[in-house]
Design a protein. Structure first.
Length: 308
């Protein structure tokens, strides 16, 4: 059963769980991104070959003179772009989703307790709203920066050159290159993962008679919800990576990228990197839901003690 929570607690739980989840799942994200880079060249690389390349690059670079450490940390290239993104993104995601749910309960369902369970279509709308807002404010700039970093370009140099030589408008266009595909992916992700997670949670609690999930169930159901959203939005994720890698004056749109990939390497290419993306998004949602629920429950218990 849902319950109404303090927005500040939702924000704190979302921010912390976002950073924990992205750190756990980032190597899968880098592997997926590099596989998409090869698609742009008209190639279909294997996961094993790409993994070896990433490890070799990290080994050659090293870390504080230690090559073996570099081989491991090479899988975290670009994490600096996603840690702040994850904190603000998940903060916004849970805040917008939960508050939109509360508005729906109050004004559509007439529920003032914050406990009514929304129908799945309403949850999808709440998730889609969360996905669009997080993309417009947070996800797009950091995802664009992560993609440039994974391609061995400094996002700050790329954007700075645009602002300095072509003005404010060109600089902002550079930051928001690939926004359409990115927004489509995030809207789809949240419109699917939130309703799936909470529906599976509802069914499980009904079957067991318990009041809440255990940590293993939170992790497993979150992974399942993330996997479902990955299957549906994978073509948009391929288009997002290729779109955000672009740096020229003329850039391709989402539909054009998807068409070109299909023409060059076939329909299967639109699902290139699906396995690591399921690993990335599944872990992100599983760890994210687990950490979020744990953190907000901890904060609520601390708040309750402080109010006494």
């Amino acid at each position: 059963m849902s319950k109404r929570r303090d927005p500040l607690i939702n924000m704190a739980g979302g921010a912390t769980s976002g950073m924990v989840a992205v750190t756990a799942s980032y190597p899968f994200d880098l592997l997926k991104t590099r596989l998409h880079f090869e698609l742009q060249k008209g190639k279909r690389a294997t996961m094993l070959d790409t993994t070896k390349i990433i490890a070799r690059e990290g080994y050659q670079t090293g870390f504080m003179g230690i090559r073996s450490a570099g081989a491991v940390l090479g899988f975290y290239r670009g994490l600096d772009q996603l840690l702040p993104e994850a904190a603000f993104k998940v903060l916004l995601r849970f805040l917008v989703f939960k508050e939109t749910e509360n508005y729906y309960r109050r004004f559509v369902m007439g529920d003032e307790t914050g406990k009514a369970i929304l129908p799945m279509p309403a949850q999808m709308v709440c998730g889609a709203a969360a996905g669009f807002i997080e993309t417009a404010i947070v996800v797009q700039p950091f995802e664009r920066g992560k993609t440039l970093r994974a391609d061995f370009h400094s996002p700050y140099k790329v954007w700075g050159d645009k602002f300095r030589t072509q003005g404010f408008g060109a600089g902002m266009r550079s930051i928001y290159t690939g926004f359409g595909a990115c927004a489509g992916r995030q809207v789809g992700n949240q419109a699917i993962s939130f309703p799936v997670f909470y529906k599976v949670k509802e069914l499980r609690l009904q079957s067991t008679g318990r009041q809440d999930l255990n940590n293993f169930e939170r992790l497993g159901f979150g992974f399942f919800a993330g996997s479902c959203s990955s299957l549906v939005t994978m073509p948009l994720d391929v288009a997002k990576t290729i779109a955000q890698k672009q740096q020229g004056e003329v850039t391709q749109g989402t539909l054009q990228i998807i068409t070109d990939v299909y023409r060059k390497t076939g329909i299967r290419s639109l699902y290139t990197g699906l396995a690591p993306r399921i690993g990335r998004v599944g872990l992100d949602r599983g760890v994210g839901f687990l950490a979020y629920e744990y953190i907000v429950e901890l904060l609520e218990s601390l708040k309750g003690k402080g109010d006494k």
